[in-house]
Design a protein around this ligand. Sequence first.
Ligand code: KG4
Ligand code: ZN
Length: 341
Amino acid sequence: MLTLGVETSCDETSVSVTDGRRVLANVVTSSIRLHKRYGGVVPEIASRFHVEYIIEVLEAALERSGKKLGDMKLIAVTNGPGLVGSLLTGITLAKALSFRLEIPLIGVNHVLAHLYSAFVGEAVPPRFPFVGLVVSGGHTALYSCRAIGVERLLGQTQDDAVGEAYDKVAKILGLGYPGGPAIEKAARASTGGGVTFPRSYLEKGSLDFSFSGVKTAVLYRVKGHDGKLDPRRLSAEAVSDICYAFQEAVLDVLVRKAHDAARAEGTEQVVVGGGVAINRRLREKFADAARIPGVTVAFPEPRYCTDNAAMIGFLGEVLYHKGRRSDLYLSAEPNLAAAGR
Ligand code: KG4
Ligand code: ZN
C-alpha cells in the first residue's frame, strides 16, 4: 500500500514513499550543521529549518519514487515524542495532504518506529518474539515485543539517553555535535590507554539505565573536580583513550542489559534500533557476546538507524492494517508516554 511517511521530530526533515517493507524513496535532510556552533540542537532553529525545506523534501521523495501525490493511499507522520515546534511542521503537512487527497492519516510514535526499523528495506526481517533495544539521542529503552503493536516497556533510562551521553561527552572534549560519530572515530585510534570509567548497572535485575554518572566521570577527568582544567591540554592520544573508555563503559551496559532482558523474557533474539545502532563497536560487542549464550542480534541497515521517514511509513502502514486511525485532531506529543502506540 503506497504510504507517504513524514518525519520532523528533531533535526532531520524526511519524507518517504514506502510499500510495506519496500522503500521507493527515503529523502533525509538535516539542520545539523546549523546547530554545531551551539553544541546541540536548538529547537527554534530546527523548527524553522523544517518549515523551509519540507516541501522540497516532499517533492524530491515523490520524484525519486516515480510516483505522484495522487498515488498515495495513506499518510503516516511522527506525532511524538520530539520537539513540539518541529513535530508540528510534519503533522500540519500530513493533515493538509490527508484532507486534500482524502486519504487516511496515522500518527506514529517515533521511538516505536526506531524499535521496528530493522524490518524496513531489503534485509531479512527479525522473527517474533524478541527483545527490542532502542538507542537514540533522546531515548534508551528495552521492550518485550510479541508482534508489531504488541510491545511492553521493560526498562528505560532514568536520566540521559545513550546518544545524549555521547553528545555531552563530545561537547566536554570539544569534539563538536553530534558526538556519536566523533567519539566512535576517536575511540578507534586508542590502544586502550589504561583509562576506565564506571559501568552503571543500577540494582540487581533492573532493566533501567543511567548514563549521567559516566558523563560526570568524564567531566571530572577532563576539567578536574573544580572544573578549571582546560580540555585543550589533552593530547590527541589522551582524548582517544577517554573516548575509548567512555564508549566501552556505555556499550557494555547496553549489551549486558539486552541479554538480561532476553533471558528474563525467554527469547533468544535481540533487535536494536536508533541512531546509536549505527555504531560499529556496539555491533562488534553484540556479535562477541552472542557467541557464548547464543543470543542472536539484528540491526537495521545504517540508513534506517538515524532519523528517517521510511521507518515511520513502514510502522504506520502495519498499524493501519491493524485498524489504527488518526483524525485531523492529531496533536504533537513531546513526551514518550503521551505519544501513544
Ligand atoms: O535516532 P537519532 O537519529 O535521533 C533521535 O531520535 O534522538 O539518534 C541520534 C543520536 C545522536 O545522539 C548521535 O550522537 C547518535 O545518535 N549517533 C551515534 C553514532 N552516530 C549517531 N552514537 C554512537 N556512535 C555513532 N556512530
Ligand atoms: Zn530518532
